[in-house]
Design a protein around this ligand. Structure first.
Ligand code: RB5
Length: 147
C-alpha cells in the first residue's frame, strides 16, 4: 500500500502545487489533490480547511497547503484542532519541522523566491524522523493550548 499525502492550494500556487504533486508521485506517494489548477481567485482559508479536514480523517502521512506566500493558508490550517502546520522556507527548517515539531501539514508559497529548491525542502521533511523525547513533551504543550 502506498503512502498518502493530501494537498490543496489557491490561485497563488498553481504551478508549485503541480510540481510538488508530480515530485511526490515520483517518490511513490499517492496524492489526493484537492487544489485548483486555474488562477481564478478563491479564498485560501477554504483550501486550508479542505486539506486539513481530509488529513484528519486518517490514512495520510502528511498534508501540504500552498498559497501565494504560504502564510495565510498556514495561519488558517493552524486554527484547526489537531493540526501542526509548518511554514517552511529552507531545508534546515523543514527537517526540524519533522524532527522537533512533528508537523503534520507543510505550507509553501507559490510566489516566494526560495533560495533552495522547494522539492529539496519537501524532501528534507520526508526524509527526516521525529526525535520524540523532550520534543514530544513540547508538542504535548502546544496541543494543550488548543484548550
Ligand atoms: C491571494 O492573492 C494571496 O493573498 C494568498 O495566496 C496568500 O498569499 C495569502 O497569504
Amino acid at each position: 500500500m502506498s503512502l498518502k499525502v493530501v494537498m490543496a492550494n489557491d490561485q497563488g500556487a498553481v504551478e508549485l502545487a503541480k510540481k510538488m504533486k508530480e515530485h511526490l508521485e515520483k517518490r511513490g506517494y499517492e496524492v489526493n489533490y484537492l487544489g485548483i489548477d486555474h488562477e481564478e481567485s478563491i479564498d485560501y482559508p477554504d483550501q486550508a480547511e479542505k486539506c486539513c479536514r481530509e488529513y484528519l480523517k486518517g490514512g495520510y502521512e502528511f498534508g501540504i497547503v500552498l498559497c501565494g506566500t504560504g502564510i495565510g493558508i498556514s495561519m488558517a490550517a493552524n486554527k484547526i484542532k489537531g493540526i501542526r502546520c509548518a511554514l517552511v522556507q529552507d531545508k534546515y527548517s523543514s527537517e526540524k519541522a519533522k524532527q522537533h515539531n512533528n508537523a503534520n501539514i507543510l505550507s509553501f508559497g507559490g510566489r516566494v523566491e526560495y533560495k533552495e529548491d522547494p522539492m529539496e525542502i519537501l524532501d528534507a521533511f520526508i526524509d527526516a524522523k521525529f526525535e520524540g523525547g523532550r520534543h514530544q513533551r513540547r508538542i504535548d504543550k502546544i496541543m494543550a493550548l488548543e484548550g
